[in-house]
Write a protein of this length. Structure first.
Length: 221
């Protein structure tokens, strides 16, 4: 199955670089390009892409508002947010808007392409530097709260998975670390989302910090 991607960025050079990588990759095709958030929404309605690679800062309707509209209208379309992270404090808003990934523009284009495959397959992906920043934003909170065992019923293995997810590891990396299959890792993540009432992977990061399973200074990869 071919993954159809919509590129939304007000910088033509960014779109050109991504298009070059995507056009040279089998199984992925650029369905369209947008220079504004409003155009991204309009083209998503018309083209129904599988993945939108969305710049967070664009004139007029920004990437967060566009993402919120797209995920509400087209739940099967996944959105990856791109940003120059050091200049942007809108990570939480973007993820609350329904983004499935959050990456920084200085990542290699091939890594962004890999993220397209990850989110198209139904997973979520957040760049390690973004994960660390998210955790750091909670460092000023009171002492971490223990993760209750009841009524959530979180198992010992799920705690291990939550710890690794909180450190920014992907499902594949969690599987390798715990010597389990990627499918089993994904199932544990799905179970944790349900038991913790978390909407997405970033909320698992927050839960892991709140439970004292990870710290802002733990950069374990």
């Amino acid at each position: 199955m071919t993954i159809r991607v919509l590129l939304a960025d007000d910088q033509p050079l960014i779109r050109a670089g991504l298009r070059m990588v995507i056009d040279g990759t089998a199984g992925v095709v650029v369905a369209g390009e947008a220079g504004t958030g409003a155009q991204a929404v309009q083209l998503t309605r018309q083209l129904r892409p599988d993945v939108v690679v969305m710049d967070i800062r664009m004139p007029g309707m920004d990437g967060i508002e566009a993402t919120q509209t797209i995920t509400a209208e087209s739940p099967d379309t996944r959105v990856i947010m791109l940003t120059t992270f050091d200049d942007d404090g809108n990570v939480h808003a973007a993820l609350r808007a329904g983004a499935s990934g959050f990456l920084v523009k200085d990542m290699a284009l091939e890594d962004i392409l890999s993220a397209v495959h990850v989110v198209a397959a139904g997973d979520a992906l957040i760049a390690p530097s973004v994960t660390r920043r998210l955790i750091a934003e909670f460092a000023g909170r009171p002492e971490p709260r223990p993760l209750p065992r009841e009524p959530l019923g979180v198992t010992a293995r799920e705690r291990e998975v939550l710890t690794l997810a909180g450190r920014g590891l992907s499902n594949a990396e969690i599987a390798a670390r715990l010597h389990i299959s990627p499918g089993t890792a994904k199932a544990h993540i799905a179970s944790l989302l349900t038991k913790l009432g978390a909407r997405d992977r970033v909320q698992l990061v927050i839960a892991a910090y709140d439970a004292g399973l990870v710290s802002p200074h733990h950069h374990d990869r």
